[in-house]
Design a protein around this ligand. Structure first.
Ligand code: AMP
Ligand code: MG
Length: 339
């Protein structure tokens, strides 16, 4: 069984004063590597948003015990428009505040360029055009959306300097693109423009009043509701929620259940299961994380009404996978990020 803990990476720090650094960092990212990059808010831990293994690697490097949808960073409005449906309000906000510390949640137009794991299985995508010149150079060179949660170990404070990133992630990521301290230092404001009226998901670097001035009306908070009921009006989904009933740590498959397994395990009753999906036949937790949301969606599409899940290893990414499956098994309200 493959260990999902991040293998020791030889972390290289590239100084953005070197004109070739952004291109070199982008090459590493395009090859599936992990690159911490500067933005005007905090340093982000970058990975190719369309590469589910690389995105799983972000979680492994952070040691994060749960998945959440990530923000995809792009260099300009045209790149954003290819990935998300910009409503009129979203277009106004983008025109006013991009590049800058504003993230827009939009209906996703390209589920491949921003993979399921990066969206936590949702059909919306969070997009941002940062204003930091080094971030923009890096994103242009990358030529694809780049997820970028804060480049710190889970539970630690967000890094506003390359040295903070190194202290947390040295040996766990490939490159740190060093451009000195981040000027804003707080996270981006997140506005949900995927519904009828924009709502505020997270306060941040752009003030609500400035957004309201552009919109010409109030920007209400997003209703904090049952996070696992994405289709209820006014309610925010934090994750894709399967329709099927999920049963964890199953030692056997009951009649009528589909089987979600790992590492080729076939518990008693598996022969009779209508559907068997293996998150990673080779027992690799990184691969299992990369396949997780796709598997849940596929089981729904196949009409599974009940899913038995074999016990999964709990180390490394196993914890985040178990957290996600646990929420599917027992719906409960949105858990704050604490990332
Ligand atoms: P971070 O990248 O660490 O600043 O955090 C990302 C934030 O964006 C989290 O609060 C996510 O829940 C939120 N987010 C990202 N994508 C979506 C989405 N599609 N829908 C709702 N919230 C999102
Ligand atoms: Mg953070």
């Amino acid at each position: 069984m493959t260990d999902s803990r991040p293998l020791p990476h030889a972390t290289r720090t590239l100084s953005a004063r070197d004109g070739a650094a952004a291109r070199e960092a982008a090459q590493v990212l395009r090859a599936g590597g992990l690159v911490a990059f500067p933005t005007e808010t905090v340093y982000g831990l970058g990975a190719d948003a369309g590469d589910a293994r690389a995105v799983a690697g972000v979680y492994a490097a952070k040691g994060r015990p749960a998945f959440n949808p990530l923000i995809s960073h792009v260099p300009d409005m045209a790149a954003a428009a290819a990935l998300g449906d910009l409503s009129d309000a979203a277009t106004q906000l983008a025109a006013a505040f991009w590049p800058g510390p504003l993230t827009l949640v939009l209906p996703c137009r390209d589920m491949e360029a921003v993979c399921d794991l990066a969206r936590a299985g949702l059909d919306t995508v969070a997009l941002r055009v940062p204003s930091h010149p080094v971030a923009l150079a890096f994103l242009k060179e990358a030529g694809r959306p780049v997820v970028g949660p804060s480049a710190n170990r889970s539970g630690h404070v967000s890094p506003t300097d390359a040295a903070h990133v190194a202290a947390d992630l040295d040996g766990r990521i490939d490159v740190i693109l060093d451009a000195g301290p981040s000027p804003v230092g707080v996270e981006s404001t997140i506005v949900d423009c995927s519904g009828e009226r924009p709502t505020l998901l997270r306060p941040g670097g752009i003030a609500r009043a400035d957004i309201e001035r552009v919109l010409g009306h109030a920007l209400p908070d997003a209703a904090a509701g049952d996070a696992e009921r994405p289709n209820a009006p006014g309610r925010l989904a934090s994750h894709y929620a399967p329709r099927a009933k999920v049963r964890l740590d199953a030692g056997a498959v009951a009649p009528g259940e589909a089987l979600l397994t790992f590492g080729g395990v076939l518990p008693p009753g598996a022969e009779a299961a209508g559907t068997v999906l293996d998150l990673s036949p080779s027992g690799d937790l990184l691969e299992a994380a990369a396949n997780l949301y796709g598997a849940l969606r596929r089981l729904d599409d196949l009409g599974a009404t009940a899913i038995a899940v074999v016990p999964l290893p709990r180390e490394g990414l196993g914890e985040a996978i178990a957290d996600r499956l646990g929420r599917a098994a027992a719906p409960r309200p949105l858990i704050p990020d604490g990332d």
